[in-house]
Design a protein around this ligand. Structure first.
Ligand SMILES: [Zn+2]
Ligand SMILES: [Zn+2]
Length: 147
């Protein structure tokens, strides 16, 4: 999906959910839609300020909170950064393959992994509240270069 197609899909979802996709939310969405990499809140703020010099940290945090609630963006806790979901719809568990060399992030959405985690957690009486799994390593492109 191109960034423009992602935006159209997100706009439709917001409309059907009756939530407002404000200009600031849309601008932050577009910044994330352009890349497969995770971007930190501070970098997002700097990029946003090129479009809107009045943008402040709360503008970014509120926009990110909204985009995460809508399931459009995942937070990468280990990098304290944010990445666009590649099949956004509802909030969902995700597994992220994070390349430590180039920063590329691939999202896998495996119902098998999810089911296994649910099963093990339930057997321990554990309630999973933040189901995103972050796997750090080296992507195919970077692995080639170091051979
Ligand atoms: Zn996702
Ligand atoms: Zn890489």
């Amino acid at each position: 999906m191109s960034p423009a197609q992602k935006l159209i899909q997100a706009q439709k979802l917001c409309e059907s959910r009756g939530v407002r996709f404000t200009l600031a939310r849309e601008q932050v969405f577009n910044l994330l839609a352009k890349t497969d990499r995770a971007i930190g809140a501070y970098d997002l703020l700097q990029q946003l300020q090129l479009l809107d010099p009045k943008a402040k940290p709360p503008t970014i945090y509120r926009a990110l909170e909204f985009l995460m609630t809508q399931g459009f963006v995942h937070k990468v806790e280990s990098d304290n950064a944010f990445v666009m979901c590649n099949h956004f719809s509802e909030q969902h568990p995700a597994q992220l393959l994070i390349c430590d060399e180039c920063g590329d992030i691939k999202e896998i959405d495996s119902s098998q992994i999810e089911a296994k985690i649910d099963e093990v957690a339930a057997s321990l009486g554990f309630v999973v509240k933040h189901p995103t799994i972050e796997l750090h390593g080296c992507c195919k492109n970077c692995a080639k270069e170091t051979d």
